[in-house]
Design a protein around this ligand. Sequence first.
Ligand SMILES: Nc1nc2c(ncn2[C@@H]2O[C@H](COP(=O)(O)OP(=O)(O)OP(=O)(O)O)[C@@H](O)[C@H]2O)c(=O)[nH]1
Ligand SMILES: [Mg+2]
Length: 376
Amino acid sequence: MTSLWSECSMRHEEIKRGKLNVAVTGKAGAGKSSFINAVLGLKVGQPGAAYTDVKECTDYILSYHAPNFEHIVFWDLPGIGTDTHNKNNYVKKLGLLDYDFYLVMGSERLTDDELWLANIIRNSNKKFYFVRTKVHDGIKFDVLSRANPRSKEEILTTLRTDCYSNLRRYDLTRQDIYLIDNFKTDDYDFSFLMLNLEEESLQVRIKYVLAYYNQKERSFLHQRKVLLETIENVVVEATTKCKEQTPELGASLNIEVLLRETKRYMEQFERSSDDIEKHEELTGWHKEVLQDLLTRNSVEINCSEKGVLDFCKNIELCELIDVQCAMPTKSNKKTKSWSFKIAFKYLNRILDILYHNALKINTEIIEMSMQGKNFR
Ligand SMILES: Nc1nc2c(ncn2[C@@H]2O[C@H](COP(=O)(O)OP(=O)(O)OP(=O)(O)O)[C@@H](O)[C@H]2O)c(=O)[nH]1
Ligand SMILES: [Mg+2]
């Protein structure tokens, strides 16, 4: 739980992590803080619970993370319709439109305050659900007050119809309405509401993962271009920093230089050992799913001196014939030219493999995300 007014940077941090920031707003005393406690499974006074009271009580903004809804951050906002918080200051003072999603709560017949709020949110192209709280009490009192009590279903239908007809006044006709009671979470629309909120949070995460990996594709392309431009210098380094011939290759190559470059490429294309953890954190997918995806989409590179040597040995003679790269003018010797060609081919091939591996992995993550697969 965190507090304060200047939460903007935190909110943006959460957005960056693909969380759904839900502002719990609405009429003062509607049961906003009680709703958060119901989600947390806590009662007022327990550590981490929101404070609720029969009098106006939430006077600042707090955020809550519920263990069962790890991709949602709930923000408990002060209620509208009091001297302190009213239509004149509510939007600006609370940074109302900074959130991703809204629950507009009311416990009585809808008033202008909730409708005004809903309208502002809708006009800023954000989504909200309308939530009517204290439904159980409403039913109890309805039954007590009538000579011929209505059934629970009849009362709920009346409530829902009433909400719809009020929302229609602002042309909010296709709005989701949930009838809940914060002290009866197994009943009414409470679990349905939470289920749909989770679905909304999934959409946010999918969007976030897609944006991240689409951007990654562009950055891989750029990295490849930059690395390609450095190859000739590395070739010069690998051939000039070598005194002895490598008999297996019939060439003079500094294998260490080539190995260093291989490691650099691997880092750039995210093939180092902790990159799987990075994917795991970004996507929220299981490690095994990602491991399998990575294995399926990548050619293994043996990142050792022996690996470099073996790779160079396997470069076919015919592949080297048309290799053209700028060689130092003074080195006309045959071996030098041969070494140049091998180093040049090696670096180009490794770069190509790693780049295409990275693209394939990226593409598969994007495809799976679009199908909503693997998200927990
Ligand atoms: N019966 C019943 N009482 C509720 C429900 N939700 C809240 N209450 C009661 O309504 C009162 C106000 O609840 P809060 O959760 O503090 O309301 P709030 O919207 O956070 O109020 P402010 O922060 O002052 O705007 C408290 O006495 C709660 O116990 C509900 O679903 N059913
Ligand atoms: Mg409150």
